[in-house]
Design a protein around this ligand. Structure first.
Ligand code: GDG
Length: 484
C-alpha cells in the first residue's frame, strides 16, 4: 500500500474516464511480485473525492482510498509535505507544525489501515510505502495481528536532534514499530531510527534488531506462538536496516540503445548549438535538490571566465512539483530569478547559458537527455536515494559521461566512483564541474564502468526481493529478549 496508486486517471479518445499504469520504478518492481502472490494495491487515485469500487488494472487488484479536498490539504500537502518532508530532509526549509494537520494525518492513516485490514487474506503480507503512512503499521497490527507487515521509508530518517522537534515523535516511532521489517535507504537512516527508539521508548536496539515488548492484548493472542520463560517479558523483534532502492536498469538501457532515442540525443545537442560540453540537471522542483547551489556555481564559472557560454551549456529540467505548497511557490520564484539573471548576463544570441525547462517529459525524452549530457549534476542537499543518478548511469552503455554526485544523496553510498561533492561548498562544486568537463576519456570510462556494475546488479527487482525475503525470514518472529 502507498499514498498513491500505481495508476493515473486518463480520459480515453472516446471521452471515457480510464486508468493508465503510472511509469514509476516501484510499479515495475512490485508488479511481478503482486501478480505471483495475487496481491492488491491500496492507495489514492490522486483525484479529490474519487469514491471508487475496487477494480482490476493490468492484472493488479486496485483498492482505492478516497481523499477529500480537506484531507489533501491537511494530511497530504500539510503534514506530509510541509511538516514531515522538510523535517526529514534536515530542516533545509522550516517545517510547519499544526495540530489540525496531525489530527488529519492520524485519521487518514487510520482509513488506509482499515482498508488494508478489511481486504488482506489470513496471514497475508502487507508492505506499506513511505512517510505519508508511518502510523499504518501499528494500526494494522492492532486490527490484524496475523499479518506480516513491512514498511519502507523512501526519504531520509533524520538525526535525533532534528527528529525530536516533532511534537508527535513518539507516536510516529510507535507507529513504525508495528512493522516486522522497517527499510531505509541508507545505513545511517536506520541508525537514526534505532537511536530515536532508544531515546524515546528505551527499547533495546542492537545492530539492526529492535526488541519491542508485547502489550497485553498481543501477549494474550500470541500465547500459542511463544514459549515465555518468566521473568523475561516476551518481545517482538523488529528489523530496521538499509535496503537501498534502485531502478529497472535494463529498461533504461534498452531505451538508450534505441536508434531513434540516440538520434534525438544528437538533435538535442544540435539544438543547443553543439557546445563542447552539455551539463544536465533533472529534478522535481524541490528545495532538497540543491538546484540553486548548482546554478550559483555555474554562474560563478561564467563570471570568472573559467567557462565560456559558447562552449558549455547547462540544461536544467525542473519538473513541476507540489505547486500548492507556499515554500515551493517561493522556490520557483527564486530559481527562475536566478536563471533569468545568469541568462541575461551571459547568454548570446546563439548560445543560452542555462536551458531551463519547467516541464515533465516522457521517459524517452529523459533518456535522450541523459545520452546528450557529458556531465550529470546531482547536487541534492539531502536526498533519500536519488534515482536520477542511477538512471544516468544505466543509460550510459557507452561507458562515457561524468556523474557529479552529492554526498548527501543516498546514491553516494553505492556510486563510489562518481565525482563526490558537498553542494554547500560552492568552490568545491565549481572545481568538480571543471574536473568533470576536463576528465580524460579513460578515466570517465573507468569510473562509469564501476558504477554501471553496481546499478545493473543491484536493480529494483533485487531491492524488492531482498526486502520481501527479510520479511519472510524467521528472525522477525516472536522471541525472548536478548540476555543483557
Ligand atoms: C523520492 C526520494 C528516492 C523527474 N522529472 C521527470 C521524471 N522524473 C523522474 C526521474 C526519477 C524520479 O522522477 C525522481 O526520483 P528521485 O529519486 O530523483 O527523487 P524523488 O522524486 O524525490 O523521490 C528519493 C525516491 O523517492 C525513490 O525511493 O530516490 O530520494 O526523494 O525517476 O527520472 N520522469 C519523467 N519526466 C520528467 O520530467 N518521465
Amino acid at each position: 500500500m502507498a499514498n498513491r496508486l500505481p495508476v493515473d486517471r486518463i480520459t480515453t479518445p472516446e471521452g471515457e474516464p480510464s486508468f493508465r499504469t503510472s511509469p514509476g520504478g516501484l510499479v515495475t518492481a512490485l508488479e511481478p511480485v503482486m501478480r505471483a502472490a495475487d496481491g492488491a494495491w491500496v492507495g489514492w487515485t490522486g483525484s479529490v473525492d474519487d469514491h471508487l469500487e475496487p477494480f482490476e488494472h493490468d492484472g493488479i487488484h486496485i483498492i482505492p482510498v478516497a481523499l477529500s479536498a480537506d484531507d489533501v490539504e491537511l494530511y497530504y500537502e500539510g503534514f506530509s509535505n510541509d511538516t514531515l518532508w522538510p523535517l526529514y530532509h534536515d530542516v533545509i526549509a522550516p517545517p510547519a507544525y499544526h495540530r489540525e494537520w496531525w489530527e488529519r494525518y492520524v485519521a487518514v492513516n487510520r482509513r488506509f489501515a482499515e482498508r488494508a485490514a478489511e481486504i488482506a487474506a489470513e496471514d497475508a503480507t502487507v508492505w506499506v510505502q513511505d512517510y505519508q503512512l508511518q502510523l499504518v503499521p501499528r494500526m494494522l497490527r492492532q486490527a490484524r495481528p496475523d499479518l506480516t507487515i513491512g514498511f519502507f521509508n523512501h526519504i531520509p530518517f533524520p538525526a535525533y536532534g532534528i527528529f525530536s522537534q516533532l511534537p508527535w515523535r513518539t507516536q510516529i516511532v510507535e507507529g513504525l514499530l508495528g512493522a516486522d521489517v522497517i527499510g531505509f535507504q541508507r545505513t545511517a537512516d536506520a541508525g537514526n531510527f534505532s537511536r530515536a527508539v532508544r531515546r524515546l521508548l528505551g527499547y533495546q536496539a542492537k545492530g539492526s534488531v529492535i526488541d519491542v515488548p508485547l502489550d497485553d492484548s498481543e501477549l494474550a493472542s500470541a500465547k500459542h506462538r511463544i514459549s515465555a520463560v518468566r521473568p523475561n517479558k516476551p518481545v517482538r523483534t523488529v528489523v530496521a536496516r538499509a535496503f537501498p532502492i534502485s531502478i529497472d536498469a535494463e529498461s533504461y538501457e534498452d531505451l538508450a540503445r534505441r536508434p531513434d532515442i540516440q538520434a534525438r540525443a544528437k538533435e538535442i545537442r544540435e539544438g543547443l548549438g553543439n557546445p563542447d560540453v552539455v551539463m544536465l540537471g533533472v529534478d522535481r522542483l524541490d528545495y532538497t535538490k540543491g538546484i540553486g547551489h548548482r546554478l550559483k556555481a555555474f554562474g560563478e564559472l561564467l563570471a570568472d571566465g573559467a567557462v565560456d557560454v559558447e562552449d558549455v551549456t547547462l540544461v536544467q529540467v525542473a519538473s513541476p512539483s507540489r505547486e500548492r505548497v507556499r515554500t515551493y511557490q517561493r522556490l520557483r520564484d527564486e530559481i527562475e530569478l536566478q536563471v533569468g539573471r545568469i541568462n541575461g548576463d551571459y547568454s548570446t544570441l546563439s548560445h543560452t547559458a542555462i536551458s531551463y525547462l519547467h516541464h515533465g517529459y516522457p521517459r524517452e525524452e529523459m533518456v535522450a537527455l541523459y545520452l546528450a549530457a557529458d556531465v550529470m549534476l546531482v547536487t541534492a542537499l539531502r536526498d533519500g536515494m536519488n534515482l536520477v543518478a542511477k538512471e544516468y548511469v544505466a543509460c550510459r552503455f557507452d561507458n562515457d559521461g561524468v556523474l557529479v554526485l552529492s554526498e548527501f544523496a543516498g546514491a553516494a553510498d553505492e556510486l563510489k566512483t562518481a565525482l563526490r561533492v558537498n553542494p554547500h561548498d560552492i568552490e568545491g562544486l565549481k572545481e568538480a564541474m571543471l574536473t568533470a568537463m576536463r576528465m580524460p576519456r579513460a578515466e570517465r570510462s573507468r569510473r562509469m564502468r564501476a558504477m554501471r556494475k553496481r546499478v545493473t546488479e543491484n536493480d529494483v527487482e533485487r531491492w524488492s526481493s531482498e526486502f520481501l525475503a527479510a520479511l519472510a525470514a524467521p528472525s522477525t518472529s516472536l522471541a525472548l529478549p536478548a540476555a543483557n
